[in-house]
Design a protein around this ligand. Sequence first.
Ligand code: GDG
Length: 496
Amino acid sequence: MAYLDRYLRDRTLILLSNREPYEHVMRDGAVHVRQPAGGLVSALDPTMQQTHGTWVAWGSGNADHESADSEGRLMVPPDDPRYTLRRVWLDAEDIEHYYLGFANSVLWPICHMLIQHLEIRDEQWLRYRDVNRRFAEAVADEARRADGTPMVWIQDYHFALVAHELRNEIPDLFIHQFWHIPFPPLDILGLLPMDVLEAVLRGMLGNDLLEFHTRRYAMNFLSCVEYFMPDAEVRRASLSVEYDGREIFLGVFPISIDVELYENLASSPAADERVRELRERYAAGPNQLGVSVDRIDYTKGIPERLHALEVLWERYPELRGEFSVILVATPSRTDIDAYRQLEADVISTVAEINHRFGNPDWTPIVLIHENVSSELLASIYRAGDLCMVSSLQDGMNLVAKEFIACQTDERGVLVLSRFTGAAEAIEGAVLINPFNVDGFVEGIRTALAMPMEERRRRMQRMRVQLHDTTIFDWMGAILSRASELMTRNEPSPTSP
Ligand code: GDG
């Protein structure tokens, strides 16, 4: 990670995310440290260890208070302290209105353009604003304590207002933000109440650099600014905005995964054994295995996928018994009604399909309805003849990339929704439109019928692309661009 020293030099990285990298939890009368699962934490933690910066996040563990000082600070990793974690405390109402409410029941559906799930409540917005202010104060405090010149890097839609708040506190601070989900076109963002909409755009324009997965999301942001913020001047050619006497740059940085980590997980001796067992059980002889992995979220198109599978087995009876699916569907955001409803729907639809087509010797869909270990996940990816990603909208979709990384035998076909950032980042998948059930069914058929030679050719091509664009390339590209802009903003040293 030599690039970190090159880009950061004497700068101190202050990272802000909703999820914290280490959580203290009380279990069986003792305090345990847990690293929440998730690609982002595992990619950013080594960076923070290297840079010795500060990570600001919500202290979500039930023993977090006791393990931090009176300001919520502690050194992590707990058994090898390398950087500071600053925890911000949220109470039950904050979680209900800021996190489950405005972030996940307003911004999430709006940004994914799935507005049938939208319900806007004043209380949620007011709490979101208040919590964003508190996080901004904590980051400002850390910036004032920093040894080197601070560079603040905000993660995601939970903190649309933080950059603006921070800039009010420390006008010269360098701030950038990565937006992990799509950014919607103006007719959709326009569904927000006007004061909320303006505050969100103004908040995001508090950054010096705003990072998106695709050019389309960046262009949507520019159109929204142009339309709703008459004081701002949009410059499409340079992907920038002049606002409030400052220039804000946009950048396109498609996120990726730690490719080697997944390859190693998929090719360990234990994985060899698991893959052999999975194939023997579900894909013996001419039989084939389809796989899919998602958090249970209405953006992921799980009902649409189940419907396509039902039509497939109905229309092509010869595939019954010959094609099975392992569907990993992990419970998520279960405090929100729409998610609980979706979870119940997924379980009952799988049962109906299995009842309709299955027999004592064959279960069409094997539902794994719990969080599985990354070791098992990697084996499932490797064992698959095809992987179905059918998101209705998805910023990037890391599952598609994980499947490619784990396909060390190069037998699998990626059936991928064209409404994912991944479809724009990678060439070689069979693209589908999850809203078009007949097209989706034919996409699966094409994948199942694809000759081995073509599967290999496509998979090899996708693997080369993935190796050239790992999570470390993503981080390097962002930090390089941020430090270039930071240098430009810094007053040039006066000659003696
Ligand atoms: C957001 C954006 C963007 C799922 N179940 C299990 C498990 N997972 C892991 C997957 C994958 C991750 O969760 C899901 O990542 P995605 O990218 O598919 O989707 P979101 O969670 O919605 O992420 C998305 C991403 O941010 C990054 O910018 O790509 O567009 O929506 O890593 O493997 N992992 C384990 N067990 C499970 O049961 N171990």
